[in-house]
Write a protein that binds this ligand. Structure first.
Ligand SMILES: *Cc1c(COP(=O)(O)O)cnc(C)c1O
Length: 400
């Protein structure tokens, strides 16, 4: 048997992540490897941490990328903050809230679940009732941008409730970071994790995390050791931040992956965070115009919709998997399937990071409309003109 180099097909990635990556990020990744304690590498790491503070809008000293995907950032937050016997209020309105509950239980904590229907944001009223009913709860955990449904929850309101009831807030921002307004300090987020491959448009495999002073204090005063050696922040800090100017070897940092994150953060910084948020919104509005012109509907009500994750209801009688296969085979375009109760019932169209651009929106609309028109599900010629009109309207509003 012989093997040859792997040549991946060129795709347009408009699913729930990974998203399209800027060629600059891939170029950064292919630069020469250096030692993970090399002074040049350490200087780059400091820039990564500084630019992460900008992306999160925080001054938190303990801000760093975990050397593993978003799920590891989630695990790092729970493993460090939850001790056996702790009560944690966990909001579930999709897949990722469910994983938070798993994490709490595996840390020996008790999860008090606040449930909302998939497609709805987390209800502050239900959270307030749970906090009042469980005054001994120590943490409130929820997902900002629920990628399984495209619903956005109110971080500021939920963190305020947590603090009023003496809880720390622990927030999943994997899909929101870089794509939707997020103000970690102003909104009072105590522990936050994200991922590299969604709106940061980097390659997968890194998880930016940040902890407030109150969260660090909680970690310092634990009665028990963090049960995960790899994710124990006390040890991770020894490498990323060091003590007395000395950095201790903990694990070998994924050097080239960190070059990629550095470049992705430089790109975000060049564009500006607010401009990036506005860009996601602009392309979402154009996509929305085209989707609605085809007669398709969104799962989530407009006020709670994420611009970067568009959950579209599959029309009756349409085989959703056949549509995704046609998009991939004929247009090399990837969109996402539904999960859980929405498996087979929604498509998830991502407009994450670099993927949020006019070319992608028009490609996706025309391709989806062609495929659906071939199946007799929609009439053709509606979607692209509607998106064009939305872009024209946005341009005129900007000029006025
Ligand atoms: C993608 C995602 C994760 C998990 O990130 P991985 O990098 O796939 O491990 C966690 N939470 C949310 C909301 C996500 O969208």
């Amino acid at each position: 048997m012989t093997f040859s180099s792997f040549a991946p097909p060129v795709r347009t990635l408009m699913g729930p992540g990974p998203s399209d990556v800027d060629p600059r990020v891939l170029a950064a990744m292919s630069r020469p490897i250096i030692g993970h304690l090399d002074p040049a590498f350490i200087a780059m790491m400091e820039e990564v941490r500084e630019m992460m503070r900008y992306a999160f809008q925080t001054q938190n000293a303990l801000t760093l990328p975990i050397s593993a995907p978003g799920s590891a950032g989630m695990e790092a937050c729970f493993a460090n903050l939850v001790e056996p016997g702790d009560k944690v209020i966990v909001c579930i309105n999709g897949v990722f809230g469910g994983r938070m509950k798993e994490n709490v239980e595996r840390c020996g904590g008790t999860a008090i679940v606040v449930e909302d229907d998939w497609g709805q944001p987390v209800s502050p009223a239900k959270v307030e009732a749970a906090l009042a009913e469980h005054p001994d709860a120590r943490i409130l955990a929820f997902v900002h941008a629920e990628t399984s449904t495209g619903a956005c929850s109110d971080v500021q309101a939920l963190c305020e409730l947590a603090h009023r009831h003496g809880c720390l807030s622990l927030v999943d921002t994997v899909t929101s970071l870089g794509g939707s307004p997020l103000h970690v300090d102003d909104w009072g987020v105590d522990a936050v994790y994200s991922g590299s491959q969604k709106c940061l448009s980097c390659t997968p495999g890194l998880s930016p995390v940040s902890f407030s002073e109150a969260a660090i204090e909680r970690i310092r005063t634990r009665r028990t050791r963090v049960q995960s050696w790899f994710l124990d922040m006390n040890l991770v800090m020894g490498y990323w931040i060091g003590a007395g100017g000395k950095r201790a070897y903990h694990h070998t940092a994924p050097v080239n992956a960190l070059y990629a994150l550095h470049e992705a953060l430089v790109i975000l910084h060049e564009e500006g965070l607010e401009a990036s948020w506005a860009r996601h919104q602009r392309h979402h509005q154009a996509l929305r115009a085209g989707i609605e012109a085809m007669g398709l509907r969104f799962l989530v009500d407009a006020p709670h919709r994420l611009p970067q994750l568009n959950a579209i209801l599959v029309p009756d009688g349409v085989d959703e998997a056949a549509v995704r296969k046609a998009l991939l085979d004929h247009y090399s375009l990837e969109i996402g399937a539904g999960l859980g109760p929405y498996a087979g019932r929604i498509w998830r169209i991502g407009l994450m990071g670099q993927a949020a651009n006019e070319r992608n929106v028009l490609l996706c609309l025309s391709a989806l409309e062609s495929v659906l028109a071939d199946m007799g599900a929609v009439s053709s010629g509606q979607a692209v003109p509607a998106a064009h009109a939305a872009y024209r309207g946005a341009a005129q509003a900007k000029a006025a």
